[in-house]
Design a protein around this ligand. Structure first.
Ligand code: SF4
Length: 655
């Protein structure tokens, strides 16, 4: 039993029956009130408690992109009313996040040059902002106040002021981005003036007693920005000025320190929140502290609370992966929680652009109106259940089988390997990707709950499948073969063989390919060392590709962090390099400048893409057995797991 998680807590007058908050996420669906109502309502109904909306910009200059809610514009009420109703009808509470992007705004959104305390270029938005005049600062404070008043009038249960992650308020607090020498900057005390003035303006607008949460930075992780002591001092000042809780943000978008990627250990940053909590207690203003980042289960949240790092835990992505994470855990069904694997591929990477946010392991997320529950058999079959086979239990097959079973059809899931999971089993071996095995754990239990018959170690022949009304072919991919002269002079393996037994590869390994799989493999090889050698760092690993982009295909929020990590582990990365032949000493290559060289190697690994593996479609067609091909068996380009899960869901609902 998670006693601390499931104990009541108050944020001002707001009483909550557990200590998990669903944190703010920009969904890029803020122009679709029905979608927002369904998304938030489903999570509230499944125990989310207090939910914080995505950032609602207080004016156009502060919008983070074209889909941001503008709380002070006339259409705001129509946009937010359905989601308020959806959450309240389900018994939940909704806090509006008041947001201004500052220099992280994009001029292309409304044709407005981003506004900031000072003219300091941003690598994130690639913009040189204009410095706000004193009058414009007062106008911005009035916009925060108006947004807060609107939130209260519209029926939100609380507001959260976004003052971290390098957005406008954080920019005022930082000596890196606030170069002013007026009442709004010049020393640490005056750099607190704008964050405190925002709180004052909001408090005046909503009145005493209305819950105001302040998200403030615990650690900026940008060279030259505020010290940890300054961040703690600001949190203390905010508590003294009447914040009902402080929610501790970690890192800026320009930070070189990974804060949310899978390679960050679970709970890594909770000690930052703990430091703020200690400072608040020492100052005699012990308002509740909300910790966040890399907590993807309530069990981890319980540990953080038990360690005294925080009073509540904010989780965002885990609610994308499983809307019912709270209720399932409360019922003791943690094995049925679809766990966020911190891949960022369908959430953060999309939120940075314009694509609607969803979740790799839960493709229904954000699309609840497209796939309403309960899923039902399609009408064209008269709604009657039919017997369905799914062949292949990788991402597409697992998702398809679960979806078909949810719609009420009996399902047999065939997998030729001895266990389900497909290439997720390989990913789960990679340092920092162990959470991928949680997806396999989830589907193992979910498929059993749904009554899916899982037949591992079984590759059915086409004739055997004639007994089914429909067959979904999710037979996956095979590594692409690269024919090289000299193969045989050294071991040349494909990436699956290398993943299966990394220890036997020797001390020097050259990987042909530099996409996601090659990068993952290099991390594993650098970490495991060669058989008979000492582990970790004892192996020379090179990844190489003809093209110029190492780590191509890895999402923007993750690529930089992973490349930083493999380079720190000593992995050599060669772009513009063409493999020529295998020699007894290694792999001869042509370099980007046209010269040739031999890269010393004990083994060469091929990780240069994959091809669809689809041995059954033609035969099923000849036998007249209806079938649908999904996942990598249909399209192996980029080996896209997001696409595989989405196709599994879509195919599963159209059988
Ligand atoms: Fe988590 Fe990945 Fe889903 Fe984002 S897309 S919520 S990181 S599992």
């Amino acid at each position: 039993m998670l006693d601390r998680v499931f104990s009541p807590v108050s944020l001002g007058r707001l009483k909550l029956d557990h200590r998990i908050i669903m944190g703010s996420m920009h969904l890029n669906r803020e122009d679709d009130p029905r979608a927002l109502a369904a998304f938030y309502g489903e999570r509230a109904a499944a125990g989310a408690g207090l939910i914080v909306t995505g950032g609602a910009a207080v004016n156009r200059a502060g919008a983070g992109g074209p889909n941001y809610l503008l709380i002070n514009e006339p259409e705001a009420a129509a946009r937010v009313s359905p989601m308020l109703d959806g959450v309240h009808d389900a018994g939940g509470r909704l806090a509006l996040q008041l947001f201004h992007a500052g220099r992280y705004a994009r001029e292309s959104t409304y044709g407005l040059r981003p506004a900031a305390p000072s003219e300091v270029y941003s690598d994130f938005s690639r913009a040189l902002p204009r410095a706000l005049t004193p009058g414009q600062i007062e106008d911005t404070l009035a916009d925060f106040a108006a947004g807060a008043a609107a939130a209260r009038t519209l029926g939100f249960d609380a507001v959260e002021i976004m003052g971290s992650e390098g957005y406008l308020i954080n920019q005022f607090a930082s000596p890196l981005t606030n170069l002013r020498q007026d009442r709004w900057g010049g020393d640490p005390h005056r750099r607190q003036a704008f964050p405190l003035a925002v709180l004052q303006a909001v408090r005046d607008a909503v009145g005493p007693g209305y819950p105001v949460i302040y998200r403030t930075s615990g650690a900026d992780f940008v060279a030259g920005s505020s010290s940890r002591e300054e961040s703690a001092a600001l949190a203390v000042a905010l508590a003294r000025e009447g914040a009902d809780a402080v929610n501790i943000g970690i890192g800026w978008h320009e930070s070189g320190v990974p804060s949310v990627q899978g390679l960050v250990p679970h709970g890594r940053w909770m000690e930052v929140a703990g430091g703020i909590r200690t400072a608040l207690t020492a100052a005699g203003v012990p308002v509740p502290v909300i910790g966040s980042n890399r907590i993807n289960s309530l069990e981890l949240a319980e540990r953080a609370l038990a360690a005294g790092h925080a009073d509540l835990v904010s989780m965002a992505r885990p609610f994308l992966a499983d809307p019912a994470i709270v209720d399932k855990t409360r019922r003791g069904e943690s094995n049925l929680v679809n766990t966020c694997i911190a891949c960022n591929e369908a959430c953060i990477d999309r939120s940075l652009g314009a694509e609607p946010v969803s979740c790799l392991v839960n493709p229904r997320a954000g699309r609840e109106t497209e796939f309403p529950l309960p899923l039902r058999p399609p009408r064209r079959r008269g709604g009657a259940p039919v017997r369905v086979a799914v062949v292949g239990a990788g991402p597409a097959g697992m998702q398809a089988a679960a979806t078909v079973a949810q719609a009420g059809h009996p399902v047999d899931l065939y997998e030729q390997d001895s266990s389900i999971g497909g290439q997720f089993r390989l990913a789960g071996k990679v340092p920092g990707k162990a959470d991928f095995l949680q997806t396999i754990r989830y589907f193992t239990h979910e498929l059993a709950r749904l009554g899916v018959r899982v037949l591992t170690g079984t590759a059915p022949e086409a004739a055997h499948l004639a007994r089914y009304a429909h067959v979904l072919l999710a037979t996956g991919v095979r590594p692409r073969t690269v024919r090289l002269p000299g193969t045989g002079l050294l071991p040349v393996l494909d990436y699956r063989q290398a993943f299966a037994d990394p220890a036997r590869l020797g001390r020097q390994v050259v990987i042909i390919g530099a996409g996601g799989i090659a990068v993952d493999l290099s991390r594993l090889l650098a970490d495991t060392g060669a058989a008979g050698g000492t582990a970790g760092g004892s192996r020379d690993v090179t990844i190489m590709r003809r093209g110029s982009r190492i780590g191509h295909g890895i999402g923007p929020s993750t690529r930089w962090a992973v490349l930083q990590e493999i380079r720190a582990a000593g992995v050599r990365t060669l772009a513009g390099t063409t493999p020529l032949e295998v020699t007894p000493l290694g792999l001869r290559v042509r370099n980007a400048d046209g010269t040739t060289a031999v890269l010393p190697a004990d083994a060469v690994v091929l990780a240069a893409g994959q091809v669809p593996h689809n041995p059954l479609q033609f035969q099923l067609g000849a036998l007249g057995i209806p079938c649908t091909v999904i996942g990598g068996a249909l399209d192996a380009s980029g080996l896209n797991a997001v696409r595989a899960f989405e196709q599994g869901l879509a195919a599963g609902t159209t059988v």
